[in-house]
Design a protein around this ligand. Structure first.
Ligand code: URA
Length: 229
């Protein structure tokens, strides 16, 4: 946010963890993305925003996709982050972020900025697309990592000022140790417990029906951390 970023990443919308922590991409998707950024040598010089400021429950309505208030607000962020700044590449996660980028690119401000756009599959698309089926998950993960490898070639060439210069090491066909990277502590609000930074699934939506679920996020401290009475 101080103008030193070289990569802008546009996600979709905050999930439960993000809604509580007030930072984006802090759960499983976030650790996958940190690993993706690390491959072309980006550890710190990045900035991330979501297409939608608040959690979208279910799928995004056509009305919200076109809402002028949402688009104008997002475009103000994009202008502030891109016009006269040092961003060299923009990564979009999934279809909606890609559309948000296209909308901004068509504006006069968007046309005044020349950066490489690298659209990639959303990091948790394999889970969303496989509905608990292990074989489907394996196939979808393999397909996503192959696409990420192709995107990394473009990204690596586009980033002229990485935090670390390094050769590109591609993903294999499934997640390997080291592919996920912990989100740096500086990214989080001070005082956040380590388990909120390092683990996932501690925040869940709960409720008897859809309206209750939309209003309720339950936080559960992982086992073993609270001394037994
Ligand atoms: N997925 C996103 O696209 N953004 C987040 O903040 C979390 C998950």
């Amino acid at each position: 946010m101080d103008g030193s970023s070289r990569v802008l990443l546009i996600g979709q919308d905050p999930a439960q963890n993000e809604a509580i922590v007030r930072r984006i991409l802090v759960g499983e998707a976030g650790q996958r993305i940190q690993g993706f950024l690390a491959k072309p040598g980006i550890d710190r010089s990045y900035v991330m925003i979501n297409t939608f400021l608040y959690s979208v429950y279910g799928s995004v309505s056509a009305k919200n996709k076109k809402a002028a208030g949402i688009i104008d607000y997002r475009n103000r962020w994009l202008k502030a982050l891109l016009v006269g700044q040092k961003i060299e590449a923009v990564i979009t996660l999934g279809v909606l972020a890609g559309e948000a980028w296209k909308t901004w690119s068509a504006t006069p401000d968007g046309q005044s900025v020349a950066v490489t756009h690298v659209p990639i599959t959303h990091p948790t698309q394999p889970e969303s697309a496989s509905d608990g089926d292990k074989e489907k998950l394996r196939v979808a993960t393999k397909a996503m990592l192959a696409k990420w490898n192709a995107a990394l070639q473009t990204l690596h060439a586009a980033i002229q000022h990485p935090d670390r210069v390094q050769a590109l090491i591609p993903y294999g066909e499934s997640w390997q140790p080291g592919d996920k990277v912990l989100i740096p502590e500086f990214y989080f609000p001070p005082g956040l417990p380590a388990w909120m930074r390092e683990s996932d699934n501690w925040a869940r939506r709960a409720g008897a029906d859809v309206n209750a679920t939309r209003r309720n996020i339950t936080i559960t401290v992982p086992k073993g951390l609270v001394p037994k009475l």
